[in-house]
Design a protein around this ligand. Sequence first.
Ligand code: SF4
Length: 378
Amino acid sequence: MTPFPRAPRRLDVPDADWWDAGWQLRNRIRTAAELARYVDPAPDEVRAIGALAARFRFVITPYYAALMDRSDPACPIRRQVVPRTAELDDPLGLADPLDEVAHSPVKNVIRVYRDRIAFCVNNECALYCRYCLRKRMVGEPEWAMKKRELETALDWIRATPAIRDVLLTGGDPLVFSDDRLAWLLGELRRIPHVEIIRLGTRLPVTLPFRVTDALCRMLAEHHPIWVNTHFNHPKELTAEAAAACDRLLRAGCPVGNQSVLLRGINDDPATMQALCEGLVRMRVRPYYCYQAQLLEGTAHFRVPIERGLDLFEGLRGRTSGFAIPVYLLDTPHGKVPLARSRLRGREGDYVVVEAWDGALWRELNPLDDERDGARAKP
Ligand code: SF4
């Protein structure tokens, strides 16, 4: 099997520091000057870092920054995490396109379905993805969860016997210390009706050193634990990331991948195929690929739904069936697989889809590059 390449190192620091998650978190990039140690920042990036400082935080781990191309602002790693002024030009984007606040019975618990919840246990991530669905909350102090707020959410789960499946998300639950996460998992495991605990984490991609043997041993004490991570591009498939996924798998955690279809990053068939086949080589199942939401500051990332349909239908027959993720639109009514057979029609610029409960949802279809001219320019 072709081995995955080791991630490059841009800083001359001892191995013990570089491979230490705590060192990586303490040395995250937060300014244009710090970014210049890894890349030659483009004028647009420097302007955007200043202009967006108060709107959506800019933070990158040294490990992930080292994956960026030094001279190419169109680098698919760089575009995911370095601000661009295109983020300021999105008149249609919403702060909470899935209406998650309205679906929250208690703080940071999102219930769309009867039997399962997304529990946003913290507001922190190792880095901040520019297209993040929860940019309204990640890095924002008001969405941090104090211990008593976690206990309030646990009380609600205890009192709601219909809840069978709990997704710990955020932010990123693996930013918690092992002790805090062990406490939370232990409390959930003591609730008889909670059958499955899932972790939604991007740390295998952005900070793989956080996935330690000790963490995996602790997770294995609370099975069944399922993990979904979030690779978007083949450049993220490093030896370090593969080792982190391998540790989770050996601890008995099935690992799936949920990517986002992002314009200019992974919206061409060859890139998506290379990503999915690389994931399968890692024994990580490509699970979902989300249509990017109508989210503020992300017009330059959104892909027309027809192009997404063409891309995923085009993979059929070209690669293993289980290497093709479900192309998915998330809506306030739940998730809707996107396939031509599932579309219920068009209304002007909107595509109409039918959710699992029969509700019809109208999604504004992103314009293609030629019409909206929104593709981010270097
Ligand atoms: S890791 Fe996930 S939650 Fe955190 S900023 Fe990225 S997309 Fe958002």
